[in-house]
Design a protein around this ligand. Structure first.
Ligand SMILES: Nc1ncnc2c1ncn2[C@@H]1O[C@H](COP(=O)(O)OP(=O)(O)O)[C@@H](O)[C@H]1O
Ligand SMILES: [Mg+2]
Length: 611
């Protein structure tokens, strides 16, 4: 994220565009419809209530017409009373139908939202690590939240409202025609004007709303970037510049919103004008027809009522197309995520890896993240059970990549990796990964207590076991010194603990799983000398009885390994013990000598502390 954001964004866009070209709207709609299949019964009921509510809603003006023409003009008070009661009954029925209609719309929408989100989350949990390496967190989050909401809103309330609008329009037209053909035709002359107005105005509205969406996206992006980069911003005293940039984005958003507001402000008054034109046409032609005795007052009255109900559905429908388009774009993004391939997939006949001894073998492994740029080249390495192997080499040599392959976050392009003779591609991922544990350079803690964070390594661990492990890695003392001890909440990503403390907790988490293979990838690189000392003391106990792979920058940490493997530019260039490698005088020796100069004093301190 941050500086590289632009590039990622670009890549994401083009991927989206490509997907959009491949997938048609009909396919999208079919797939979306699949989500409604489980609720067929509810949908039928919804349609019934929708038709009932819309149909009944068309009736009041008819009742008024009847009231005027049949009862009021005939001074029939009894008939008028009956009609009034019928009117109350009608209103009550409309209430019931609308209640069920609205409730079902909400129910259906949220139910679908739930299903789609669940599917996405499940997929996100299974997607290979490679998927995440070039994605922005924000864009993934917004797909699962905003995009899903947009889609389900369209399918539930959008589609039903559009249906109701069409029924209403058709109903009004039919009723008008039945009441009086001649007056209907005069009234309908307004329709082309309204439609033309809606069309041109709608284009304008789409444009301003697109602008508001674009600007708010830029505002969110700035907030996201500045929150995640706040340390750097403050450290480089860039608060002012950041604020200025934010202000720029914010001003654009405000202007876009005000412009949208301005355009929208003109709408209802303009619709009012059309209403007035329609009304005056009906009033003049209808009124003179009443005077000449060819039309009843009741029908005139009914016409006036219907003409005012004409505009709302037209306006709704003109907006409907907008929400269809934005929901389709959202659906594309959602399905793009749901369709992204799980590169590392379990075979259907994958076997459960039995409890392992921990023999690891890389056989002729070649791997590249991006085609044509191999990061590992023909790696051959045997690691015997319960041995400690150190991987050393310059940054970017491919050490972490070797671990990524061992965890089967990726599969090799060629060659294979086996554990106890099992090819990783043939075993169930869970049975593989649950027998390994890893401690990374940047310790990740989940929101929750210290205890839960350790327990995460093995959920059925008892409190005593947790304390024992914490003691073993040297974390118990500082945990116990907290007022709430093991129940201390660590805050988001452990923000309230020091880096070293977090590292010790993740170490305890790794250890409580009692893994057969333990991996430490630069676990000690960024922590303070004091914590490193604690870890170093614990290390012997930790590494005992399991196969361990230790990647460390400071060679002092790896000197005692059974085997040191030197990697450079994706190849194993040297192998041997500390002593052998020093004697052979290759890359290891050069690395050692450069480090030795800087760290000699610290090393001496460690050496003393060890005794
Ligand atoms: N997700 C990735 N996508 C593309 N290239 C990557 C990715 N991760 C690492 N690389 C590249 O692979 C090479 C080896 O990286 P890595 O295994 O992390 O090195 P090391 O751990 O030895 O420092 C580097 O050139 C790095 O830029
Ligand atoms: Mg690395």
């Amino acid at each position: 994220m941050g500086m590289g954001g632009g590039g990622h964004f670009h890549r994401l866009m083009s991927e989206e565009e490509e997907y959009s070209r491949r997938i048609s709207d009909t396919v999208l709609i079919k797939r979306l419809m699949k989500y409604t299949l489980n609720f067929k019964g509810k949908i039928v009921v919804l349609l019934a209530t929708l038709i009932a509510a819309t149909g009944l809603n068309l009736l009041p003006p008819v009742l008024f017409t009847i009231a005027v023409d049949r009862y009021i003009s005939a001074f029939d008070l009894q008939g008028l009373s009956l009609l009034s009661i019928a009117f109350i009954g009608l209103i009550f029925s409309i209430f019931l139908a609308q209640y069920f209609q609205n409730y079902l719309i909400e129910w259906l929408g949220h139910r679908m939202e739930y299903e789609i989100r669940m599917n996405m989350f499940r997929h996100l949990q299974r997607l290979s690590i490679g998927y995440y390496s070039d994605k922005e967190v924000g864009s993934i989050v917004s797909r699962v939240t905003n995009d899903v909401e947009k889609i389900t809103e369209l399918i539930s309330s959008g589609v039903t409202t559009a249906l109701a609008d069409i029924i209403t329009l058709a109903g009004i037209i039919v009723i008008m025609l039945l009441m009086n053909l001649w007056l209907s035709i005069i009234t309908f002359t307004v329709i082309p004007m309204v439609v033309a107005f809606m069309y041109f105005w709608g284009r304008r509205v789409r444009k301003v709303y697109r602008e508001t969406r674009k600007t708010i996206a830029s505002v969110s992006a700035r907030i996201e970037e500045s929150v995640s980069g706040i340390k750097e911003i403050q450290a480089f005293s860039k608060e002012r510049e950041t604020q200025k940039e934010f202000q720029k984005a914010n001003v654009s958003n405000m202007q876009a919103n005000i412009e949208a507001g301005r355009v929208m402000s003109a709408f209802w008054p303009a619709v009012g004008i059309f209403g007035a034109i329609g009304n005056s046409l009906v009033l003049w032609f209808g009124g003179s027809a009443v005077m000449s005795g060819t039309l009843t007052i009741g029908i005139l009255f009914g016409f006036m009522a219907y003409i005012n109900r004409f505009f709302m559905p037209i306006q709704d429908l003109s907006m409907f197309w907008n929400s269809v388009q934005s929901a389709m774009a959202a659906a594309e993004r959602v399905f793009l995520l749901l369709d992204s391939k799980i590169e590392v997939k379990e075979k259907t006949d994958a076997v459960t890896l039995p409890p392992i001894k921990g023999a690891i073998s890389y056989e002729n492994v070649t791997f590249s993240y991006e085609q044509g740029q191999p990061v590992l080249k023909e790696i051959n390495l045997m690691i015997e059970p319960k041995k400690t192997v150190a991987l050393v080499g310059p940054t970017g040599a491919g050490k972490t990549t070797m671990i990524n392959l061992l965890y089967r976050f990726y599969d090799p392009d060629s060659g294979r990796i086996t554990i106890d003779g099992y090819d990783l591609r043939d075993v169930k991922l869970e049975s593989l990964r649950s027998q390994m544990a890893i401690v990374l350079q940047d310790p990740f803690l989940f929101t929750g207590s210290v205890k839960m964070n350790i327990k995460y390594g093995r959920l059925d661990a008892t409190d005593d076991e947790i304390i024992a492990v914490a003691k073993a890695v040297g974390a118990h003392d500082f945990i116990a010194s907290f007022p709430k001890g093991y129940e201390t909440e660590v805050g988001e990503r452990g923000s309230r603990l020091s880096l070293g403390q977090r590292q010790l907790i993740t170490l305890a988490r790794a250890l409580i799983a009692d893994p057969k293979i333990l991996i430490m990838d630069e676990a000690t690189s960024s922590i303070d000398a004091y914590t490193e000392l604690i870890i170093k003391q614990a290390l012997e106990k930790i590494l005992k009885n399991r196969t361990s792979i230790v990647i460390a920058h400071r060679l002092s940490t790896v000197m005692n390994a059974d085997l040191i493997v030197v990697i450079d530019e994706g190849r194993i260039v040297e192998k041997g013990t500390h002593k052998e490698l020093l004697e052979s005088g290759g890359l290891y020796r050069r690395l050692y000598e450069t480090q030795f100069k800087d760290t000699m004093k610290v090393e001496d301190l460690y050496a003393e502390a060890d005794h």
